[in-house]
Write a protein that binds this ligand. Structure first.
Ligand SMILES: *Cc1c(COP(=O)(O)O)cnc(C)c1O
Length: 384
């Protein structure tokens, strides 16, 4: 059975009547930028995340960039970022004029290792930008404790984790402000680019709103040198429809993830995702580790199963950051060599999940079959 990594057309078809109606509604309104769809989506998404404010912006990178600007973080300042993340997390810091200071990941969760944060703090550090990578919440209580001790801001990059919970609380509400992306492939995806900031800080929300709209609240009254980074009415209308399905779609991802976790746990040398007791992840990606990654990838490809690598080059090794002359980050580099993302999406069937599992089992030795070959047959026939 062929299993695509992600099929966005299937998610459109599942919601076609609602999305087509949303399209008609916006087209016929004659109003396409900063109107009632954006306003309604902002209220609905803030309520979903459990925050007082939400500001729609152009994309996830801009959400993070504008948060840093609104916090007055820029030239001469340092921001702690995960070494293991999508490069956009770092770019937001660079575009604000500040310096990204990487911290290695925890070897089990792949998220920033809170135990290593304090060693990276200097008198110039202004904030910790934590990422909920692959849909797994970062250890926010520990991160907030460190930030409080050193009077730092805490920013969440929640671009991969819409709806995930940490100790029962939704991501997006766990720091001073959070950036979300609605890129089509994210758990809550628009049909184009989009992003948002969530926060409980009214001044910050106000400033981000100004920054996203040329620095003005009232037309031609420009209070600061702003940008143009807004969520479109059309995308907001689509997102309102998709938000009503987010929990259901996340639980379908969880169902596939649980199937993988249960059956693949016997596979020798294949490292499965680790879920801490306090985490309710939303499985943006299902990332395994395997020493012979290219062999496994090739085998799955032959079996018709698409896989991807998130991410093959850590930001500090990318050409964009050679100028910083950062030292080696062995844990992040080792992850980049061994991680492999198996297909997972709300629209995958159990049968597709099983064919992924069977193809993995074909390539990776199974503990039971190893025991089979070690021990004489009659002895184990009764024990297993
Ligand atoms: C997707 C993503 C971003 C950037 O979001 P865009 O909307 O694509 O700009 C930032 N951080 C992480 C972790 C992401 O996955």
């Amino acid at each position: 059975m062929k299993v695509p990594f992600l099929n966005l057309k299937t998610s459109y078809l599942e919601l076609q009547p609602e999305l087509d109606a949303a399209y008609q509604r916006v087209m016929k309104s004659g109003w396409y930028v900063l109107g009632q769809e954006v306003e309604a989506f902002e209220a609905e998404f803030a309520a979903y995340c459990g925050t007082q404010y939400c500001v729609g912006v152009g994309n996830g990178l801009e959400a993070l960039h504008l948060i840093l600007r609104a916090m007055d973080i820029g030239s001469g300042d340092e921001v702690i970022v995960p070494a293991n993340t999508y490069i956009a997390t770092w770019l937001a810091v660079s575009h604000a004029g500040a310096m990204p200071v990487p911290v290695e990941p925890d070897e089990h969760t792949y998220n920033i290792d809170p135990q290593r944060i304090e060693a990276a703090i200097t008198p110039n550090t202004k904030a910790i930008l934590a990422v909920h990578l692959y849909g797994q919440p970062a250890d926010m209580d520990t991160i907030n404790d460190i930030a409080n001790r050193h009077q730092l801001k805490v920013i969440e990059d929640a671009a991969q984790a819409h709806g995930a919970r940490y100790k029962g609380r939704r991501v997006g509400s766990l720091g001073d402000a959070s950036g979300f992306s609605f890129y089509p492939g994210k758990n809550l995806g628009a049909l184009g680019d989009g992003g948002a900031v969530t926060t409980n800080d009214s001044d910050l929300a106000h400033n981000i709103r100004l920054l996203s709209n040329y620095g003005s609240r009232v037309k031609y009254a420009n209070e600061m040198k702003g940008f143009n980074s807004r969520l479109d009415e059309l995308q907001a209308a689509f997102l309102r429809e998709k938000l009503t399905r987010l929990d259901e779609w996340n639980s379908r991802r969880t169902r596939i993830a649980n199937q993988y976790l249960k059956i693949l746990s016997n596979s020798v040398d294949l490292t499965l995702p680790f879920v801490p007791a306090w985490a309710d992840p939303v499985w943006h990606l299902f990332v395994v580790r395997y020493a012979n990654r290219s062999g496994l990838m090739h085998h799955l490809h032959q079996a018709g199963i698409d896989t991807l690598v998130h991410y093959p080059v850590p930001p500090h090794l990318s050409d964009a950051y050679t100028e910083l002359h950062l030292s080696r980050l062995p844990i992040a580099e080792q992850l980049a060599q061994s991680v492999l993302s198996l297909p997972i999406s709300p629209h995958m069937t159990d049968a597709e999940g099983m064919s992924v599992i069977h193809a993995v089992q074909d390539a990776v030795p199974d503990r039971r079959s190893l025991i089979d070959s070690w021990i004489t047959k009659p002895a184990i026939a009764s024990s297993i």
